[in-house]
Design a protein around this ligand. Structure first.
Ligand code: 2BA
Length: 109
């Protein structure tokens, strides 16, 4: 058995959960926050059989889109003059960041 941990953008979560559920997969949705942008994203836990992992990954690829997101950054500490002015930077986020882990035991009590 494997655990697929997928970090996705909030905008893709609804379609991704619908597609996973429709295909017979089970998923748990967690609210999460990206360490870099400090904005909300979604982490999905999908426990699945080894031979189903490719299908789960295909659904994630099909559903999750890369998008540009703006972040405001400040000048470097110690810099002078204009370097302290906040300025917007465009960052490409997603489609999805995915970890696939071996599961030693799966227990439902
Ligand atoms: P964030 O950490 O908020 O990162 C958002 C986007 O900012 C990243 O998109 C990437 O394009 C950029 N970015 C992140 N760290 C950067 C850095 N040190 N320098 C320059 N640009 C940087 P994605 O790569 O698509 O990541 C989307 C979200 O997936 C991340 O949100 C984070 O929540 C998660 N993530 C990505 N890689 C991860 C990892 N190795 N471990 C845990 N979570 C990860």
């Amino acid at each position: 058995m494997k655990l697929v941990v997928a970090i996705v953008q909030d905008n893709d979560t609804h379609n991704l959960l619908a597609s996973l559920t429709e295909a017979g997969h089970r998923a748990t949705k967690l609210a999460s926050t990206g360490g870099f942008l400090r904005s909300g994203n979604t982490t999905l836990l999908v426990g699945t059989a080894d031979d189903q992992v490719d299908e789960v990954l295909a659904i994630i690829r099909r559903t999750c889109k890369a998008r540009e997101q703006m972040m405001v950054t400040m000048g470097a500490p110690g810099a002078t003059g204009d370097a302290f002015m906040p300025f917007p930077v465009e960052v490409s986020v997603g489609g999805a960041t995915v970890f696939v882990m071996d599961i030693e035991k799966f227990i439902k009590c």
